[in-house]
Write a protein that binds this ligand. Sequence first.
Ligand code: TYD
Length: 209
Amino acid sequence: MFITFEGVEGCGKSTIAKLIYNKLKENNFQVMLTREPGGVKIAEDIRKIILNKENVTLDDRSEALLFAASRRQHLVEKVWPALKRGEIVLCDRYIDSSLAYQGGGKHLGVEEILKVNLFATENTFPDLTLLFDIDPKLGLERISANKDREINRLDLESLSFYNTVRNTFLDLAKKYPERYYIIDASKSIDEVFNETYLVITNKLTNGNI
Ligand code: TYD
């Protein structure tokens, strides 16, 4: 079972992913938690190039290709082997982030970015994509309140960029209803966690979202 966590900055998906990972482990599930871009050495190296604030001349298409390259390396080295072993893979961001950020936010086109990513992933789609939906204004406020979080190159975009990213995620949820579940991420951590855990255990037990 391949489960991805998606949403704009400050939606809380990474916090929830860790809590879900711990709870599934506690309940004796074989589970792995990983993230994009990164997750393995080569992909983490690519991540540094993409997120480095000094790389102001990084071209948008180059950026999209780097995300796709890092995604493939992560699949090859980590995700596919874990899925083969029968583990549950929880992944913080995946293909839909590229569709929403590069396809939507950067206006490269969702269909164009999809093509690149179908090549990169050999059509590997998640079984379940959890979209932690939040008004980007609230998400960005949460981030600025969290002093521990380092600001990266993609944190420097405008509010209208993140609004486009959010709307593209919502469009993707309509396009792929069989794998998407939208969670209202403006609620408390406890509420968001409980709903997320319920959706995942339902999917694990009877295959339904
Ligand atoms: P990260 O610090 O991991 O942010 P977050 O905690 O919000 O996940 O940085 C990842 C950034 O990269 C984030 O701004 C989203 C962006 N991104 C894309 O633009 N395209 C992609 O395909 C992926 C995986 C991430």
